[in-house]
Design a protein around this ligand. Structure first.
Ligand SMILES: [Zn+2]
Length: 322
C-alpha cells in the first residue's frame, strides 16, 4: 500500500491525515490555530502528523483556503487567512524531501468527493462547499479543471443580485452574500426583532448580536418556523446559483457540502425546487446530492492529488513545488 499526507489549513485548525492510495484515512490529527498565525504553524503540525501516523509517505498535499497559482503552487490571495509565505509548498518540499502539491481547499474537496465520495465515477461534476463562505470545484472529463491561472471554481463570487449585500471580495450581491453561513447569520440578525418568540431568539437570549448561522441550524433541528424560513430562503438563493452553474457546465451531478449542509434537506430541498422551477419545460436539471466525506474531503482529495503528482499524472493539472 502507498501512503501520502493530506493537510487542510483552515481559519481555526490545521487538519492532517495520512491517507492510502484507496482514499482510506490511516490516521487523523487536528491542531488548533488562529488566523493571524496563518501557515507559520504548519511545519510543527506536519512533524506531529507524520509522527502519529508512523507510515512511509511518498508525498504531501496542502489544501488552503486561498487562490493557488497553476503549476507553481504559489499562494496568491487568501480572503480569510494570513499567508505570510506564498512559497510555503516549495519550502515544505525542500524540508521534507517529498513532492508537495498545493491546492485550493474547495478544489481539493471536489477531487476527494469525485474519487471517493458522493460524486464517485462522475466524469462531469461540480462541488460547492457552503460554510462561512462558499467555495467550489469543477471536474471536467474526469479531471480537476483549474482554469488559465488556477482560479476556476470560485462559485461563491458569482454575482446573483444586482443590488445585493457587499462581499469580502470587493464586489456585491455575490452568491456567498446570500447563500452562506455568514449570509444566514446576517439574515437572522436583520429579521430577528420581528420574531421575538422564535427559537432562534430564545437560544440567543433575545440578544440579536448573539445570533449565528450555527444557532439558526440548532433552532431548525426543533422545527422552529423562523429558522426553517431562513434556511429555505438560503436554499432558494443556492438554487439560483446552481441553475446558472448547471446551465454553464451541464454536469452529471452537483455535490454540495460544508457546515451549512448539516441542515441538509432544509437547504437542498429548497435549492432543488428552485432549479426545477427554472428548468421547467426544458430538460431535467442535474442531480444535486449531499457530500459524503464531510470535513475529510479536503485532506483525502489533496493527498490523492499529491500521489497523482508522484505518478506524473497530468490528470489534475495541479500546482506543485518540488
Ligand atoms: Zn464576492
Amino acid at each position: 500500500m502507498r501512503y501520502c499526507l493530506g493537510v487542510d489549513v483552515g481559519g481555526t485548525k490545521i487538519l492532517g491525515a495520512v491517507v492510502d492510495e484507496e482514499g482510506t484515512i490511516v490516521s487523523k490529527t487536528r491542531v488548533p490555530t488562529d488566523r493571524s498565525e496563518g501557515l507559520d504553524a504548519l511545519p510543527e503540525a506536519i512533524d506531529l502528523f507524520l509522527a502519529e501516523a508512523d507510515k512511509p509517505i511518498e508525498a504531501i498535499g496542502l489544501a488552503v483556503a486561498a487562490f493557488v497559482e497553476n503549476h507553481s503552487g504559489r499562494i496568491t490571495f487568501g480572503t480569510n487567512l494570513a499567508f505570510s509565505n506564498p512559497d510555503i509548498g516549495a519550502d515544505i518540499a525542500r524540508e521534507y524531501g517529498h513532492p508537495v502539491v498545493v491546492e485550493n481547499d474547495a478544489n481539493a474537496a471536489a477531487w476527494g468527493e469525485n474519487r471517493f465520495g458522493a460524486g464517485k465515477g462522475a466524469r462531469h461534476m461540480l462541488m460547492l462547499t457552503v460554510g462561512t463562505g462558499i467555495g467550489g470545484g469543477v471536474i471536467s472529463h474526469g479531471r480537476l479543471y483549474r482554469g488559465s491561472r488556477g482560479y476556476a471554481g470560485e462559485f461563491g463570487h458569482i454575482p446573483v443580485a444586482v443590488e445585493g449585500p457587499p462581499c469580502n471580495c470587493g464586489s456585491r450581491g455575490c452568491l456567498e452574500t446570500l447563500a452562506s453561513g455568514r449570509a444566514l447569520a446576517r439574515m437572522a440578525q436583520e429579521r430577528g426583532a420581528g420574531h421575538p418568540e422564535s427559537e432562534v431568539m430564545r437560544l440567543a437570549d433575545g440578544n440579536i448580536e448573539a445570533v449565528t448561522g450555527a444557532l439558526v441550524g440548532k433552532a431548525a433541528d426543533v422545527r422552529d418556523p423562523f429558522a426553517l424560513e431562513l434556511l429555505w430562503e438560503l436554499g432558494t438563493w443556492l438554487g439560483v446559483g446552481l441553475t446558472g452553474l448547471a446551465n454553464s457546465f451541464d454536469p452529471e451531478v452537483i455535490v454540495v457540502g460544508g457546515g451549512v449542509l448539516e441542515e441538509g434537506e432544509a437547504v437542498l430541498g429548497a435549492a432543488r425546487e428552485e432549479m426545477n422551477e427554472r428548468f421547467r419545460g426544458r430538460v431535467a436539471p442535474p442531480r444535486v446530492v449531499s457530500a459524503s466525506l464531510g470535513n475529510d474531503a479536503g485532506v483525502v482529495g489533496v493527498a490523492q492529488l499529491s500521489l497523482d503528482a508522484v505518478d506524473g499524472l497530468e490528470g489534475s493539472e495541479m500546482g506543485h513545488g518540488r
